[in-house]
Design a protein around this ligand. Sequence first.
Ligand code: URA
Ligand code: URA
Length: 235
Amino acid sequence: MAKEIQAELKSALGQARSILEDLERVGLGEVLPTGEDERLPVCNLDGSGNCRPETLEEIAADLGDCHRCNLSKERQNIVFGVGNPDAEIVFVGEGPGREEDLRGEPFVGEAGRLLDRIIQAMGFQRSDVYICNVVKCRPPRNRDPEAEEIAACEPFLQRQLAAIRPRVIVALGKFAAQTLLQSQTPISRLRGRWAEYHGIPLMPTFHPAYLLRTPSGKRDVWEDMKQVMKRVEED
Ligand code: URA
Ligand code: URA
């Protein structure tokens, strides 16, 4: 009995596959689930056309044990990013600090704990969103990343954002906002106003490390996060 059912199932599956293959031959190939068709080109940030989203695992594998810039010399761990591959919100910081470098995870120090509280106040858990940085390796003594370090790393950030296709990017602090927007405008003027990163809405706000030094900025950040929540809830 079980054998008969197995045989029937096998034949039904075979027929289904041949129908899908016929449809593909006549140009209706998009009925096949994309993302499983490895022959399609990977999607870029606008996600348009016949493409499949790259997976974060593929991007991490391509990054490998990266030595594309000098930051690789002193780092302990690459800090790729963490969170939900289908996140609606991606938070982008500057670069790993000491604790992040030791653990290989972004925003796990004091500023990270404040970021977690901000995320929770927005009604999310850390695991609901995605968190990463402009550069994936710790700049020595937490100096600002240099132009060539950013240039080496940014293609991977772009690919992560194309893979996730969030509704909103939150740029945390002056460095992330100015880098992603290619702007020299002070963060105090950028924050709270919608901008775009390759077509994805981007909200610049203050960095949680700045809020630890200047708690009065929390009000502004909360205003900015309310705008983000509203955007994510739309339609
Ligand atoms: N500050 C950042 O910008 N990123 C981190 O991951 C931690 C602290
Ligand atoms: N200066 C920064 O570098 N970041 C902020 O968020 C605010 C001031």
